[in-house]
Design a protein around this ligand. Structure first.
Ligand code: ATP
Ligand code: MG
Length: 587
């Protein structure tokens, strides 16, 4: 489908011009060589590739990070300044005796110190592990205890509210470095003032030789399907971040780029810190959370060129209707991308309606560390599809067979598990303290994603659902995404989720939950109308038999609908791990 695009004032030729040609000639070794490494052949380090190599050259004064404070404050950090600040942080760690390989955690909102700590930790070759600031004490404790956190960087407010009470249970946590309220100096017993340490530290740091396999990042998964896992990534991942930033997000040097994900999740680090900086863009960091008017204002005022967001956010914006977006103009916006959950056809097309260009969906996971499948800028967008495999990634649809064998499904349009051939640089190297769980992800030379999908004859992948969420009903395998997409096509529906509910005749029947767009009111008539609407689209075998309208659907703090929780509640079962459940509580 060729979608109408308005012309951007900052139009650029896409980085990926010819998909087939790029795929045929692509090599990770060539990309690694192109990115370059530490001077004098001392290996490759994420922080060097992201910041120092720009800071050491003619682009030192370009803005790397533009921070927008919640209350209107603004701060620009050039590449040179970010290099200097992160070097100071590396010196702070070294002075405290923090060794390469030890874990440095952050628990903070989106403040500049978080970005400096991430890069400085990588310079020290310690392992950076970000926590989402809205976590309660228990999810914070379990993650830091699991990984044996040595250092925590946090704010005074978060420390007093969430850490004081668990500190005694974390024997490995030797240092808590505090950013004061309103970023002012602090003096809290048992902690050190980060600002003071930074001022006292040297601005010079020479990154020691770093092997590509040196551990770099520890990211916890979203916990959508169960207890979150800690996925470990290495410095070589930067090659993937860089390539996907260029090819899948179409980043060009000097672009203004905004990734709305929080660094507490992998997207907010891979594409909210590393990929934008290696590609030498100006990245926007907004401290505030989603607010329709603020977001449109930001996109317009900051002249954002490339915007990377998520289906949840897109649906929230769409829920508010077109009137707010019509009050703004976005002549600089060139490329819109989405990740994290399936983006249905309506979501893609809403981009065209609201911004004059489609959202480009892409697929990846904490475990893949970077974008594996994408709708590339130069390609035809097929609304509802995740796109095609990244050049350099071998993706397939497979069936798990007996004895650990994996059978490739070669015919198009057949549903199976999405699998990737290991070997891309940002593949996780292990789950922290869960070797068995890690080995279960691999069979017969494939990484098995746990997601079900189809591939069409042109190599576009279509998401079906997570293997755990697929509904077996009267001999059919029903993907929740198909049911949800049908419901989302109704003008009243803002969000939708489908689950299987045990049924004596069908095995399972499909039950749907929806929330409504602004201006619509729940009623039994509307529920009936939605059931009829989806039956007309899906047919009786696939359409939901039951439907409930809820004020909102339960989701993880990273914005994913928790179908397992809807199912557990429907069936009166225990909730399971809810450490990442969005509760609406202030952080
Ligand atoms: P957990 O593994 O703890 O259950 P999670 O899988 O939600 O949590 P993430 O690694 O953050 O944790 O999310 C990756 C998953 O998100 C993918 O496996 C897939 O199910 C879903 N996802 C991401 N992008 C897309 C997309 N474009 N379309 C469909 N699903 C997507
Ligand atoms: Mg997962």
């Amino acid at each position: 489908m060729h979608l109408f695009k308005t012309r951007s004032a900052d139009e650029r030729a896409p980085n990926l011009v010819d998909y087939e040609a790029e795929r045929a000639t692509f090599s990770w070794a060539a990309e690694r060589a192109e990115l370059g490494g530490l001077p004098d052949g001392r290996g490759l380090n994420i922080a060097y590739a992201a910041v120092d190599r720009h800071a050491d050259g003619p682009y030192a004064d370009r803005i790397a990070l533009r921070w927008l404070g919640r209350d209107g404050a603004r701060e620009d950090l050039s590449y040179a300044r970010l290099a200097e600040q992160s070097s100071r942080f590396a010196n702070v760690l070294a002075a405290l005796g923090v060794l390469p390989g030890e874990r440095v955690f952050t628990l903070a909102g989106r403040i500049p110190e978080l970005y400096v700590a991430a890069l400085g930790t990588l310079k020290r070759q310690a392992i950076f592990s970000p926590l989402f600031a809205a976590f309660g004490p228990e999810p914070i404790r379990t993650r830091m205890a699991l990984a044996g956190a040595r250092v925590l960087v946090t704010t005074q407010r978060l420390y007093e509210r969430k850490i004081v009470q668990i500190r005694d249970t974390l024997p490995s946590l030797d240092y808590v470095l505090l950013v004061g309220d309103d970023r002012r100096p602090t003096a809290v017993p048992g902690t050190l003032d980060l600002g003071w340490l930074m001022t006292a530290a040297s601005p010079h740091w020479t990154i020691e030789a770093t092997r590509p396999e040196t551990p770099a990042l520890l990211h916890f998964t979203s916990g959508t399907t169960g207890t979150p896992k800690g996925a470990l990534h290495v410095h070589d991942a930067v090659v993937m971040h860089h390539v996907t930033g260029r090819l899948a997000l179409d980043l060009h040097p000097d672009d203004v780029y905004w990734c709305t994900a929080d660094p507490g999740w992998v997207t907010g680090t891979s594409y909210g810190i590393i990929a934008p900086l290696t590609n030498r863009v100006t990245m926007i960091v907004d401290e505030a959370d989603l607010d329709v008017e603020r977001w449109y204002d930001l996109l317009e005022r900051e002249q954002v060129n490339v915007w990377y967001t998520a289906p949840t956010a897109i649906r929230m914006l769409a829920k508010a209707g077109l009137a707010p977006v019509r009050r703004h103009r976005f002549p600089h916006l060139r490329f819109l991308a989405s990740v994290g959950e399936p983006l249905d056809r309506e979501g893609v097309l809403w981009g065209v309606e609201a911004f004059g260009r489609p959202f480009h969906d892409n697929w990846w996971q904490t475990e893949t560390g970077g974008i594996a499948i994408a709708n590339f800028a130069s390609m035809e967008v097929r609304p509802g599809s995740m796109g095609r495999a990244l050049p350099g990634i071998d993706a397939a649809i497979v069936r798990r067979g007996a004895g650990g064998h994996v059978e490739l499904i070669r015919e198009p349009d057949v549903q199976g598990e999405l699998a990737l051939r290991p070997g891309w640089p940002s593949m996780f190297r292990r789950y922290w303290d869960a070797a068995e769980r890690y080995s279960r992800c691999f069979a017969d030379g494939w990484y098995l994603s746990g997601d079900l999908a189809r591939r069409d004859a042109d190599g576009y992948f279509w998401f079906v659902g997570r293997a755990d969420d697929v509904i077996k009903s009267a001999g059919h395998l029903i993907g929740p995404f198909e049911v949800e997409s049908a419901l989302l096509a109704h003008r009243a529906v803002a969000e939708a989720a489908a689950i299987g509910k045990p049924d004596p005749v069908a095995g399972n029947l499909v039950k749907a939950f929806v929330s409504l767009k602004d201006g619509f009111v729940a009623s039994p008539e509307l529920e009936r109308e939605l059931l009829g609407f989806s039956r007309a689209r899906l047919g009786p075998a696939v359409a939901p038999r039951e439907l409930t309208i809820l004020p909102a659907l339960p989701r993880t703090r990273s914005g994913k609908i928790m179908r397992r929780l809807l199912r557990a509640r429907e069936l009166g079962l225990p909730d399971g791990d809810t450490s990442t459940l969005e509760t609406g509580a202030p952080s």
